[in-house]
Ligand binder design. Structure first.
Ligand code: SAM
Length: 187
């Protein structure tokens, strides 16, 4: 069966993340991806997670109670990745789930400019074979603009440096999410 975006994103991460890797959850939310990543990197790896909502960080902190040593949860926007993570720290994988946190304030959404800033900081640090996954939910106000800007950003990445995959069920109703996977090549 073709995997839904969420399950496919986890498969793409699982294929390349190993014990000891450093990874980023750029949109922590309730911490589901943060927990998944913490399990993949093991006790010698590290997950850096970002969110601008206190509730998100609190929910994630509870979920990661067994993994405090291998995770850093920032109550800060992903646009601060450049200052929070050393420029020489290789990053094996990163994930974004754009849009708003389900069952929460729908006005608090990711924004095109800060998303692009974060993607730029991540791509600078991505190790060869590493992947940046961006799942775009765009049914909300402003979502269409963000979708177009993120697609445009990824479409224009140089093909000698990155492979970019676009995965979407194109016959589904109600704005099915778009999953982009950017893989760093050996150049
Ligand atoms: N992956 C999450 C999970 O497993 O629950 C869901 C993420 S939800 C679709 C999007 C999240 O992005 C929201 O929690 C929102 O607060 C957060 N967000 C919005 N702007 C942000 C920013 N500039 N930096 C980091 N997170 C941001």
């Amino acid at each position: 069966m073709l995997l839904p975006a969420l399950r496919f994103s986890h498969q793409l991460l699982k294929e390349i993340v190993s014990e000891g890797d450093h990874v980023i959850d750029a949109t922590m939310g309730n911490g589901n991806d943060t927990l998944f990543l913490a399990e993949l990197v093991g006790s010698t790896g590290h997950v850096y997670a970002f969110d601008i909502q206190e509730q998100a960080v609190e929910n994630t902190r509870k979920k990661l109670a067994d993994y405090t040593d291998r995770s850093t949860l920032f109550l800060a926007g992903h646009e601060t990745i450049e200052e929070k993570i050393a420029s020489d720290q290789p990053i094996r994988a990163a994930i974004f789930n754009l849009g708003y946190l389900p069952k929460s304030d729908k006005q608090i959404v990711t924004l095109p400019e800060t998303t692009k800033q974060a993607m730029t900081a991540i791509l600078k640090r991505l190790s060869v074979g590493g992947r940046m996954i961006v799942v775009i939910y765009y049914g909300h106000e402003g979502g269409e603009t963000e979708k177009n800007e993120v697609l445009n950003f990824c479409q224009n990445l140089p093909q000698e440096k990155f492979s970019v995959l676009n995965y979407q069920f194109i016959n589904q109703k109600n704005n099915p999410p778009i999953l982009l996977c950017v893989e760093a090549l050996n150049h």
